[in-house]
Structure formats: structure tokens, C-alpha cells
Ligand binder design. Structure first.
Ligand SMILES: C[S@@+](CC[C@H](N)C(=O)[O-])C[C@H]1O[C@@H](n2cnc3c(N)ncnc32)[C@H](O)[C@@H]1O
Length: 329
């Protein structure tokens, strides 16, 4: 089982790339359509000067929607975002940066122990958030920091959602790279052979060297399998990235030497491994009907009046998750 530190580390790496949402391939920038609409109406119902907390904020996607609504409606909301990962949205996010202005981010801050004073938030938000936390601990902490009549809204991963399908496909693609084709090992083998041929004569003689020939053949076969899978996959980004990086590592080996090629290869492997860890974390967060009923019951136990869970679909149809709303008594 993965430790919290491993999970945080895979999210740290993800957010460092500056992605705005946790659904890297589904939204170009921030959440849009049906999901955004839910958040716009949630924040739009708040009163002027209200304090808002976005838990498991990542790079602040939902906090930014809160900021946009606050500006559009002149609400002057005070917005905070917390995450257990070492987030740095003000440094890493490049899109719509003006919407980050005024938001206070609190990295390395768990939703179960936020450090905020009691009863200080009029609204708590969380997109793909609650299901990552220790539910009891988080509900108790939110009860402590929520003001009377505070509103809560969470969008929660559904175990049959399109997000889960995409993640499953990407994990399958990573297995093809690492296990089935051994693509990176094949690439490392040929880079080692080419890289250790230090003179033009040695490099020329590789053309007739049986070991080099075999290694090339293995890599070509692996690359063909990866290309075929990329063509057939609805989410080929990971495979395409691997193909591009291996080609570039080979080029660098020729122009800058073996170490440069091997370094790029190692970085690419590492990036994909971290991505797989993150996606496994995400898959484990999928919730079915009994799970969300339990969430509602836990919040009720902690002094919230929760509405029955509702389903959220993408405006083009696919299931995106559950929506839970509650109010502090
Ligand atoms: C799926 S991402 C969602 C991020 C963001 N809300 C979004 O929709 O783009 C889940 C986030 O929860 C964070 N996280 C996991 N467990 C947490 C906890 N106990 N307290 C605070 N953040 C946590 C992870 O670091 C990760 O950034």
C-alpha cells in the first residue's frame, strides 16, 4: 500500500507542471460547462465578505472560480485554498493568472487539521476532494471551522465516471510501456550501445554488429507496438509522450553523448511512474451509492443538514461525479 507521502509526492509533481485541474486531458484550462455552472451558482449565493475555503485545492481551480464570481458580482469574498501537497499555484500556474490574485493558498495543509480558527468560514468547497481525505477527521474539522449556517458543496468521484475510465486507460498504457513492450529498457539498451561507440569508426562498425542489430530490432518492434496502441487509444497522450521522448533521447545520445540521452529517458520514465501513482490514487477515490450515503450520514453526525446526493453529468453526456451539498445547523 502506498504511504501518504508517496501520494502527496505524485500530486506535488503533477501540480508543479502547472495543470489547473486534476483532469489533465478533459479540460484545456479550468473546469467548464456543467461543473463550472454548479460552482458559479454555489459561490454566487454567498453574501458579501464571506470567507470561503476550498479543500484539496490542487492548483486552485475551484478557488479561481470563486474569485471570478466574487469579482463579477462584487462580493469581495475572502478565499483560501488548502492542500496536503506542496502546492505553489502563484508560481506554477500560467493560465488566467489574474484570477489567482487575492487567493491565499496553504500548502502542506491537511483537511483533517487545517489550523484555522473555529467557525470562521461561511462556505467550504471541494472538487474531487472529500473522497481523498479521512472522512471522519475531515467532517469533524469542517464542523469546527464552519460558521453557523455555513454552506458546503463537494463534487465527488463516481466509481463509474468518465474520469475513472480515462485513468484506467492511462494506467493500461503505462503498463504497455513498462511491462509488455519494455519500451524504455529497449531504448536504454540501444542508447548504451550507440553511446559507448566513441569514434566515427566504432559508430560505423555498429551497422554490422549483431548485438547492435538485435537491440535496434527489439526497440523497433517495441516502438511499433506503442505506436499501434497510441493510434487505437482514446487517450494516447502518455504513449505519444514516450515515443517523442525516446526519439529525442536517441538524438541527444548522438549529439551530446550517452549521459544526455539516458538522463532524458530516466526523466520520462520517472514522470510516467509518478503519473501512474497519481492515477491509482484517483481510481481509489471512486465512490458508489453506499459510499456517498455514508458521507451524508457522517456529515449529519457532525451537525450538518445534508441534501440527498445528486449525479453530475458533463454537458456532452458523460458522468462526472456526485454532488453533495450541506448546511451547518
Ligand atoms: C483530485 S485532486 C483535486 C484537486 C482540485 N480540487 C481539482 O479539482 O483540480 C485531489 C487533491 O487532494 C489533495 N489531498 C489528498 N488528501 C488530502 C488531505 N487529507 N487534505 C488535503 N488535501 C488532500 C491531493 O494532494 C490533491 O491535490
Amino acid at each position: 500500500m502506498k504511504s501518504h507521502r508517496d501520494q502527496d509526492d505524485s500530486w506535488n509533481k503533477y501540480w508543479e507542471h502547472g495543470f489547473l485541474t486534476s483532469c489533465r486531458n478533459a479540460f484545456v484550462g479550468n473546469y467548464e460547462g456543467a461543473i463550472k455552472a454548479r460552482w458559479v451558482s454555489f459561490f454566487g449565493a454567498l453574501a458579501s465578505g464571506d470567507r470561503v475555503l476550498d479543500i484539496c485545492t490542487g492548483n486552485g481551480a475551484i478557488a479561481m472560480i470563486a474569485n471570478e464570481v466574487s469579482r463579477d458580482k462584487g462580493l469581495d469574498l475572502e478565499i483560501h485554498g488548502i492542500d496536503s501537497a506542496a502546492i505553489r499555484p502563484h508560481d506554477t500556474v500560467t493560465r488566467n493568472r489574474d484570477l489567482l490574485e487575492g487567493i491565499s493558498f496553504h500548502p502542506c495543509t491537511a483537511a483533517e487539521d487545517t489550523g484555522f480558527e473555529g467557525a470562521c468560514f461561511q462556505a467550504v468547497a471541494g472538487q474531487y476532494a472529500l473522497e481523498y481525505t479521512d472522512l471522519e477527521g475531515c467532517a469533524a474539522e469542517l464542523a469546527r471551522i464552519s460558521a453557523p449556517a455555513a454552506r458546503l458543496q463537494f463534487i465527488v468521484h463516481h466509481d463509474k465516471s468518465v474520469v475513472m475510465e480515462t485513468s484506467r486507460e492511462e494506467i493500461r498504457n503505462a503498463a504497455l510501456l513498462f511491462k509488455e513492450t519494455g519500451f524504455f529498457d529497449r531504448a536504454a539498451a540501444i542508447i548504451a550501445i550507440v553511446g559507448s561507440a566513441s569514434t566515427p569508426e566504432a559508430r560505423r562498425s555498429l551497422g554490422s554488429d549483431p548485438e547492435a542489430e538485435r537491440a535496434r530490432e527489439h526497440l523497433n518492434r517495441a516502438a511499433e507496438a506503442v505506436s499501434r496502441a497510441a493510434e487505437a487509444s482514446p487517450h494516447p497522450q502518455l504513449l505519444q509522450m514516450a515515443l517523442q521522448n525516446v526519439a529525442e533521447a536517441y538524438r541527444r545520445c548522438g549529439s551530446q553523448g550517452m549521459d544526455a540521452g539516458m538522463t532524458l529517458l530516466a526523466e520520462c520514465r520517472q514522470r510516467i511512474s509518478a503519473n501512474v501513482e497519481r492515477l491509482e490514487d484517483l481510481m481509489a477515490a471512486g465512490r458508489g451509492e453506499p459510499d456517498v450515503a455514508h458521507m451524508v450520514a457522517v456529515f449529519a453526525d457532525h451537525g450538518f443538514r445534508a441534501d440527498p446526493p445528486a449525479l453530475i453529468h458533463h454537458e456532452r453526456g458523460p458522468l462526472m461525479g456526485w454532488m453533495l451539498t450541506a448546511r451547518r445547523r
